[in-house]
Design a protein around this ligand. Structure first.
Ligand SMILES: *Cc1c(COP(=O)(O)O)cnc(C)c1O
Length: 467
């Protein structure tokens, strides 16, 4: 029980208006049954993402008031730089306003056509930045990570044999860097073990390749190592984090996750010459190197967030809250990706709604029904998001899994909110046979999940008759 208890008390509250199922039905119909088009105020519990949705602490808000808004050399930059240096260990610290800018600056500089970037799993913005610069993004996720039912400790690991083979096949000259995403976001927020990080680091350095971490959820990853990997129970989270990064040469960071801020990020590197080139680009796109697209106060909040996120009480609650939601669902027979990762629960909509085929978007039906019934917003990650016509063959593709992701914002919702989420999903599960499939009425040529409009099957005809 203790691991789930909130390690904070609430000093400021943000009221949420609850609008009731009929108003929600109207809101979602107006939005074309697309949850991205709702007004956030029409939602009771918003689990769309854990990115930039954290609640800051009183200490961070106090830091906001200590912002030094000098154009160059503001004191908050030096505090931020010293903090990143101390925790992550890299001497060159380049601030930017979010993680994808760090990726953009890095890959603009090191990626080119004909080159290959391996990763355990590329996050979508990482892949896009690699590919936009003409290089190939290759995922080398371990076999365990690909089985949605297998309960294993480190399902985010990279397949090290596959990495060796890739290096042998394409040659070191074609690989400007190896990436490692901790925790593995696209792989369900599953952690990477210290043994795997060490092994990948060893391979990289034997071949003279830099290892760059995508560090968005570095503290959650360290917590899993602390809990699950032999030999780490007596180490502090800071010591574990320092060891993780000691095997690498740099990192990209979206501080909107484990920075506990609403906006911010950085790129940090050991390589001085590469950093010099990137700082010159930074001035072009984000600003002077001591603010990088952020206000001084933002840098201060980030510096303070990086310390707070290492607190064991915070991490025990954070990862525990996600786990508790998962446990309640599993106990009630709801199929989720197991074990729960660090930041989200993924409902297995394909198994939740076996009577709805992928082409009728079971995940979207589940997400929309969950919103209408209970005011909870998750996001479909399945055929609605990834399907559609193959650009090469024109064939209609389906996703490997039909999922609904419930990402949990940090320090925002209480365990009672999470109980409500669990009970709502369980209630929907009990009447799952009544849920219907959906069809797309209108869609853009790409990234359709953001703007397409849909309807429930059978409903379209009914509304035409009424009209
Ligand atoms: C969010 C995220 C990014 C991109 O960061 P933004 O701050 O959203 O630009 C990159 N990698 C991972 C693993 C992420 O979760």
């Amino acid at each position: 029980m203790e691991k789930y208890v909130e390690p904070f008390k609430i000093k400021v509250v943000e009221p949420i208006k609850v609008i009731g199922p009929e108003a929600r039905q109207k809101a979602i119909a107006r939005s074309g049954y697309n949850l991205f088009k709702l007004h956030a105020e029409e939602i009771y519990i918003d689990l769309l993402t854990d990115s930039g949705t954290s609640a800051m602490s009183d200490n961070q808000w106090a830091g906001i008031m200590m912002g030094d808004e000098s154009y160059a050399g503001g004191r908050n930059y030096f505090h931020f730089e010293e903090t990143v240096h101390d925790i992550f260990g890299f001497q060159n610290v380049i601030p930017c306003h979010q993680g994808r800018v760090a990726e953009n600056l890095l890959f603009q500089t090191i990626a080119a056509p004909g080159l290959v970037i391996p990763n355990n799993s590329h996050f979508d913005t990482t892949r896009a930045n690699v590919e936009m610069n003409g290089a190939e993004a290759v995922d080398l996720l371990c076999a365990e990570g690909q089985d949605p039912h297998l309960v294993a400790s480190f399902k985010g690991n990279m397949d090290v044999d596959a990495l060796e083979k890739l290096i042998a096949d394409v040659g070191v000259d074609k690989i400007p860097a190896v990436m490692m995403t901790i925790t593995n976001n696209s792989g369900g927020g599953q952690p990477v073990s210290m043994a795997n990080i060490r092994a990948v680091g060893e391979i990289c350095h034997r071949h003279g390749l830099p290892l760059i971490f995508d560090a968005a959820r570095f503290a959650e990853n360290a917590w899993f190592i602390h809990q699950r990997e032999p030999g780490y129970r007596d180490k502090s989270i800071l010591e574990i984090v320092q060891e993780m990064f000691s095997y690498g040469d740099g990192c990209t960071m979206s501080a909107k996750k484990d920075g506990l801020v609403n906006m911010g990020g950085f790129l940090a590197l050991r390589d001085d010459a590469l950093s010099e080139r990137i700082r010159n680009l930074l001035i072009l796109v984000e600003g002077f190197p001591t603010y990088g697209g952020l206000a001084g106060r933002d840098l201060e909040a980030m510096a303070r967030g990086f310390r707070e996120v290492l607190e064991p009480d915070y991490l025990r609650f954070r990862v525990g809250q996600v786990e508790m939601l998962g446990e309640q669902l599993v106990e009630a027979g709801v199929s989720i990706l197991e074990p729960p990762g660090g930041h989200a629960i993924y409902l297995n909509a394909g198994e939740f709604l076996p009577h709805i085929p992928p082409q009728e978007f079971p995940g979207q039906s589940l997400a929309v029904n969950l919103y209408v019934e209970s005011g909870i917003r998750g996001v479909e990650i399945g055929t609605f998001m990834f399907g559609g016509a193959d650009p090469k063959t024109g064939e209609n593709r389906t996703a490997r899994l039909e999922l609904v992701r419930l990402a949990i914002p940090r320090r925002v919702y209480t365990n009672m909110h999470m109980n409500f989420v669990a009970q709502s999903i369980i209630a929907l599960h009990e009447k799952r046979d009544t849920l219907r499939g959906m069809k797309i009425l209108k869609q853009p040529p790409f990234l359709r999940h953001f703007s397409a409009t849909l309807s429930f099957l059978g409903e379209e005809a009914a509304s035409r008759t009424q009209a």
